[in-house]
Design a protein around this ligand. Structure first.
Ligand SMILES: [Zn+2]
Ligand SMILES: [Zn+2]
Length: 130
């Protein structure tokens, strides 16, 4: 396959350099969060180091989806709706945004994924007699 490519201009180099600089800045910030920067704020935000303060690009439509644990409705101003609600994220030690472990660790004992009121696990349907 053959692509056409316009000649590179000074402004194009400036734009691409700016984009690379911005990407480097964001990467450094992310590394700092991975190294524990703003940990207290991040824990209060119920997010993991990769999701904390991440810009979430989504359609600008009010959306809602059930929490992956308690099934309460989570509302969002965009199509990016959290995976679990804040209360469940905190209780289970999960990131509310991506649904992974809040410290990005594999826990040998697993996570508390049971519903707070019934103790039922997500995905379990009906009563526990079967
Ligand atoms: Zn929940
Ligand atoms: Zn996350």
């Amino acid at each position: 396959m053959k692509f056409d490519r316009p000649a590179i201009s000074r402004s194009r180099v400036e734009t691409d350099t700016h984009t690379a600089q911005e990407y480097a800045r964001i990467t450094r910030e992310r590394v700092a969060y991975l190294d524990g920067a703003e940990r207290a704020e991040r824990v209060a935000d119920c997010t993991c180091p990769m999701c904390y303060k991440r810009s979430r690009v989504g359609g600008a439509t009010c959306c809602e989806a059930p929490c992956g644990i308690c099934r309460e409705t989570i509302r969002s101003g965009s199509t990016c709706v959290d995976v679990v609600c804040r209360a469940c994220a905190k209780r289970a030690g999960l990131c509310r945004v991506c649904g992974g472990d809040s410290e990005m660790k594999m826990r040998r004992k697993g996570w508390n994924l049971s519903k707070p009121d019934t103790g039922e696990l997500p995905g379990e349907v009906g009563d526990a007699t079967d």
